[in-house]
Design a protein around this ligand. Structure first.
Ligand SMILES: [Zn+2]
Length: 367
């Protein structure tokens, strides 16, 4: 019985320890990063591009205690994203990011009120010493963020669309380090050494571009924002997916270290800091209330079962927390019971002892 109690207490302690470790980890990722080379320029963007100083800018920090659950936000549907290898795509180092040009056959056909055609995708990353996603969730910055940029099919071109309030749709998702190489991202990362300098480009074989986005396209945040680089037009309907994807440590290192910027320095920390919401509302396609879960990284196929069992903030997590609470309450009641039991025993012992002493004393007296 005492062994069971010990095990329960140990489990409880372990759970508490894990929770506090998680908090520390999040703080480490959420703290503002040291200034980097491009940050000074970022402060000046508003001078040449007035929109960059506007009130509907991106990226933002997504505070999941303030997001509004909107059941009418349907799963994002993609079409034409699987490209044959004989369709060549241009991969380019533009001095700010690595950018993959996409054919117009790729489109968002569900989840948005209108249809959007793909234009290009690119990545934002940090440095060997820190993460570099643009959006943050509850203050936490992720290692990498992908943006797939689309424009409304009702406009003739991206250029025309980008100046209209319903012109653009960007799909964003986070990447973290995981145990395995990501084969979809490898289709990009394996070519980076050929485009180390600004302006260099290479043609790469087509692949399933949807593999660069999470498998779960149901759970996402949605808000109205902007391009995160000049001209910062406030014409983007943002979708930021809740499920994160994984890259191997080697892939992450190659991505962060290979490219050079326009100063021929390492192209790193190419992210903009979170912008003020100015009263904007952030919608969520799922319930985020009740508790704050950790963003659980996930792979995309069944083989990753052990590390992608679910994405964050699921019903499963709610159950897990409920069970955790129940467990904690049970364990606590058990400890209280043990404590009470012990003190009763102690009182009994005391009583027994005093009786013994009394008896003995009486015996002596009578003797
Ligand atoms: Zn971007």
């Amino acid at each position: 019985m005492s062994r069971a109690a010990l095990r329960l207490s140990l489990l409880l302690l372990a759970a508490l320890g894990h929770a506090s470790a998680g908090t520390e980890h999040d703080q480490e990722h959420g703290g503002e990063d040291p200034p980097h080379s491009q940050e000074k320029d970022r402060d000046q963007w508003g001078v040449d591009y007035p929109d960059c100083a506007g009130t509907a800018q991106s990226p933002i920090n997504i505070d999941t205690t303030k997001t509004i659950f909107s059941p009418q936000l349907r799963p994002i549907q993609l079409s034409g994203y699987s490209l044959p290898a004989n369709e060549k795509l241009k991969l380019r180092n533009n001095g700010h990011t690595v950018l993959l040009e996409l054919p117009e056959s790729l489109a968002i056909t569900g989840g948005y009120a209108q249809q959007y055609r793909a234009m290009q995708l690119h990545l934002h990353w940090g440095s060997p010493s820190g993460p570099g996603s643009e959006h943050t969730v509850n203050g936490r910055r992720f290692a990498v963020e992908i943006h797939v940029v689309h424009y409304n099919t009702k406009y003739d071109s991206f250029k025309e669309a980008m100046v209209h309030s319903d012109g653009l749709a960007v799909l964003g998702a986070f990447l973290e380090v995981g145990p395995r190489e990501n084969p979809y991202y490898q289709e990009i990362i394996q070519h980076l050494y050929k485009i180390q300098r600004e302006g260099e480009a290479v043609l790469v074989p087509g692949f399933n571009i949807a593999g660069l986005l999470p498998a779960n396209l149901k759970f996402y945040f949605h808000y109205n924002g902007s391009l995160t680089t000049p001209p910062c037009y406030q014409t983007v309907k943002w979708t930021v997916f809740n499920q994160t994807m994984l890259l191997s440590r080697d892939q992450m290192s190659t991505l962060v270290k290979t490219l050079k910027n326009d100063d021929n320095k390492p192209l790193q920390n190419n992210y903009r800091l979170a912008q003020d919401l100015h009263g904007r509302r952030v919608l969520a396609s799922f319930q985020t209330t009740f508790f704050l879960a950790k963003h659980v990284p996930s792979g995309r196929d069944g083989s990753d079962a052990e590390d992608n069992s679910s994405s964050s903030f699921h019903a499963g997590d709610v159950l897990a927390v409920l069970f955790g609470l129940l467990f904690a309450i049970t364990a606590l009641s058990f400890l209280v019971y043990i404590y009470k039991h012990r003190s009763r025993n102690a009182r009994l012992d005391l009583l027994t002892k005093s009786k013994v002493i009394y008896t003995a004393a009486t015996a002596e007296n009578t003797a």
